[in-house]
Design a binder for this molecule. Structure first.
Ligand SMILES: [Zn+2]
Length: 228
């Protein structure tokens, strides 16, 4: 699978174009908050053969442009099931940030993903890992080489857990489960550069608790939630 980050919008969010190389079938992960992503995709020659839209979570910068993206690519759309309450607040989020969005037009969700669910992109199987904490339903999409993590994990940091629907305690457990995946996985975050699970496990200051739990050498890091 080819992974291409496409950084868009005022929040410089990383959206992703995932392409199954055997078939050319593509998935778009996340949307930005404006029509920049669909405009850039439609301007390509050839236009990517988009078969599905996958959301990591329903913050404005990740899901706000779903109506515009679906207007360009009318394809099945998958969202983490537990993200529905936050998804329903998208018009309010848009209002808060002054982003124009017609009221109550959040876009269409066709499938709700639960932990362990898989979707087939050409010959590539993508698996959904539920990693709540930053938001109620935040999740990651991955194959055996690459994982798109949204705002769960960044190079040298983690997603904020001080938002109204965040839960630091859930984040602790989600990071434990995420970092239990094979360390060679390339980590494609919602903001910032690519990294790997191994690099973060060894150096990320928010993962000191995991290093202690597993006896891995590295910096002690921050205590940012009970148990860390
Ligand atoms: Zn977010």
């Amino acid at each position: 699978m080819k992974v291409e980050p496409i950084t868009v919008g005022a929040f410089q969010v990383n959206t992703y174009l995932l392409t199954d190389e055997a078939t050319g079938h593509a998935a778009v992960v996340d949307t930005g908050e404006t029509d920049e992503l669909p405009r850039r995709l439609l301007a390509r020659d050839p236009v990517p053969d988009v078969k599905m839209i996958l959301l990591t979570h329903a913050h404005l910068d990740h899901a706000g442009a779903l109506p515009a993206l679906q207007a360009a690519f009318d394809v099945p759309t998958y969202m983490p099931r537990k993200e529905q309450p936050l998804f329903d607040t998208l018009p309010v989020q848009a209002q808060m940030f002054g982003v124009p969005m017609p009221p109550l037009q959040c876009g269409r969700i066709d499938h709700r993903a639960d932990d362990g669910d898989t979707v087939q992109l050409g010959e590539t199987t993508l698996r959904f890992l539920s990693t709540p904490g930053h938001t109620p339903g935040q999740g990651c999409w991955h194959d055996d080489h690459d994982i798109v993590v949204g705002d769960t994990l960044f190079k040298g940091s983690i997603g904020r857990t001080d938002f109204p629907m965040s839960d630091p305690q859930l984040m602790v457990d989600s990071l434990r489960r995420l970092l239990a995946l094979p360390g060679h996985l390339r980590v494609w975050s919602g903001h910032g550069p690519v990294t790997t699970l191994d690099d973060e496990l060894r150096t990320n200051p928010f993962l000191g608790f995991l290093r202690r739990e597993r006896g891995i050498a590295g910096p002690p890091g921050f205590r940012w939630a009970p148990g860390t």
